[in-house]
Design a protein around this ligand. Structure first.
Ligand code: CAA
Length: 502
């Protein structure tokens, strides 16, 4: 018979643990929240008060509902109070030694039928289970930050998990209003394995000087429609957790892209862990960026456009409308734009080859339109600051957000996006997760507008494959090479990876 869970213990009431306790209490479950000492318990109470208080302020909860929810949560510093719990979820720091010690303790304290679950983001559930005398009753129940908001729970089973337990925990997740996906015990499970590779890649691009923090964040948020840019999200997750997940991923995959970026180590060592310490990539004390006037475009009257087709025509019309004179040239003959004040080459590939063919290479920048709201502005080693500034201002005049970057393969958005899509295909190819679970995981775990395989189908398999080839040719990073499955689908003319995966 399916097991039900009426009393649930949560050990560790940091951001995640408190969020998890709230989720259970909202679903009518009695919760026992455990912390190490009174000070930590007070902090946990603070998280619960703030989160439910915010819901009242927003009119999502009445004061009565709030009291009822908080009334279902008993706070204690004694683990012994968990003796009668049906399920205990651990949400303490990601240190294996601590987790194993806690699970050995819970194994002693909790009744034999109790299920012991870990919310670990990265550590081996099998290794945690092995510290108990009931490894079959130990499972991963992985929530996403902020737990009250994100709709996904990853249910992680090991090779020794009792039959049926993953189904019972999945049913429990549904009762909490979450969507479960089940996964085996591999580093990062489904979501973190895809997410942290992408976030770490963003750190590497930042460190390489390709683009700045705000530009990369704007590119992914506005260009791809993600709820947050990578650095804002890293700050939300916590840089210590992010570092740890990357470290564990690297140990398992030996993929250099998972080796935590040095900037993460530096920030973590300096104690700048993100939102929880008030400073990470961003600082709470930081004001909004100063507004910049459209200074540089003021000296521009003629804009040269290298490109063809509807994108070039639309740009000409928009520039005309904004009072600029637009002249157009095609790649094969750049003479018509040679004397323009600034020249933009519409391109999703590096443009330095064009720069060396014109008399004023300092006046040329690349322009890559991303969706309806963003334009990447790529500077070659010859582009002058004045030109880059003028093109940035023109982009703003045209109603788009400029993303300033270097002239490298796939610039910012596609470099980050295509490598992430390739990782998703690799996961599908390995048989670790189904196409549906991969897409659901990223949509509900991270609030993405679409899952990676849905995005791949929407962009086009061949476009992504070719972009990956360009990335690989430039960076020689083995994991940028298109996964064989992607290459084969393109060669075979299969238009949709989701249809192929069934
Ligand atoms: N606690 C409780 N509720 C919160 C909250 C919090 N910390 N933060 C936001 N909310 C609620 C708000 O109350 C609001 O609810 P209503 O719509 O009912 O009013 C809702 O979330 C939206 O909030 P806001 O309008 O204030 O803010 P937003 O629209 O910018 O959304 C966000 C905030 C939900 C966090 C959104 O930006 C988002 O989805 N970001 C992506 C988060 C993500 O990727 N999480 C996964 C990280 S990976 C992970 O956690 C796993 C791991 O192991 C590392």
């Amino acid at each position: 018979m399916a097991q039900t869970f009426e009393t649930v213990g949560v050990v560790g009431l940091g951001t995640m643990g408190a969020g998890i306790a709230e989720v259970f209490a909202r679903a009518g479950v009695q919760v026992i929240g455990v912390e190490a000492d009174d000070a930590a318990l007070d902090r946990g109470r603070g998280h619960l008060d703030r989160s439910t208080g915010r819901a009242v302020t927003k009119g999502k909860l009445t004061e009565d509902d709030r009291s009822e929810i908080l009334g279902r949560i008993t706070l204690t510093t004694s683990r012994e109070d968990l003796a009668d719990a049906d399920l205990v979820i651990e949400a303490i720091p990601e240190i294996m030694e601590f987790k194993r010690g806690l699970f050995a303790d819970l194994d002693r304290i909790c009744k034999p039928s109790a299920v012991l679950a870990t919310n670990t983001s990265s550590l081996s559930v099998t290794a945690i289970a092995a510290s108990t005398s009931r490894p079959g009753r130990v499972i991963g129940m992985h929530f996403f930050n902020p737990a009250p908001v994100m709709k996904l729970v990853e249910v992680v089973h090991t090779v020794v998990t009792d039959d049926g337990l993953a189904d019972d925990i999945a049913a429990l997740a549904r009762r909490l209003g979450k969507t479960p996906i089940t996964a085996g015990d591999r580093a990062g499970f489904v979501v973190n394995r895809l997410l942290l590779g992408y976030l770490n890649h963003a750190c590497a691009l930042l460190e390489s000087g390709l683009a700045g923090r705000d530009d990369i964040d704007a590119a992914m948020k506005l260009g791809v429609g993600l709820p947050m840019g990578p650095f804002t999200l890293l700050d939300l997750i916590g840089l210590d957790t992010s570092y740890e997940v990357c470290e564990v991923l690297f140990r398992e995959t030996r993929d250099r892209r998972h080796a935590p970026a040095p900037v993460l180590r530096e920030l973590v060592t300096a104690g700048l862990l993100g939102r929880k310490t008030g400073r990470g990539f961003y600082s709470d004390a930081e004001g909004a960026p100063a507004a910049e006037g459209d200074r540089r475009a003021a000296s521009v009257s003629t804009v040269g456009i290298v490109g063809a087709g509807p994108e070039a025509a639309a740009l000409v019309a928009a520039l005309d409308g904004a009072g600029f004179k637009a002249v157009v040239a095609e790649n094969s003959d750049l003479a018509p734009v040679a004397d323009a004040d600034v020249i933009v080459a519409l391109s999703d590939r590096p443009i330095v080859e064009l720069a060396v063919r014109i008399p004023h290479p300092d006046r040329l920048a690349g322009l890559h339109l991303v969706g309806d709201d963003v334009a990447e502005v790529a500077s070659t080693v010859l582009t002058s600051e004045e030109t880059a500034g003028a093109v940035r201002d023109l982009v703003k005049i045209l109603g788009r957000t400029p993303v300033m970057c270097g002239d490298r393969a796939e610039f910012v958005v596609n470099a980050l996006l295509y490598a992430y899509l390739n990782d998703a295909v690799r996961m599908l190819e390995s048989g670790y997760a189904s196409a549906g679970d991969i897409d659901t995981g990223m949509r509900l775990g991270c609030g993405y507008p679409a899952g990676p395989l849905e995005m791949l189908d929407a962009i086009g398999l061949e476009t992504v494959r070719d972009g990956l080839r360009a990335l690989y040719a430039e960076y020689r990073e083995p994991s940028f090479a298109p996964v064989p499955l992607l290459d084969q689908l393109v060669t075979a003319g299969v238009p949709s990876i989701r249809e192929y995966a069934g």
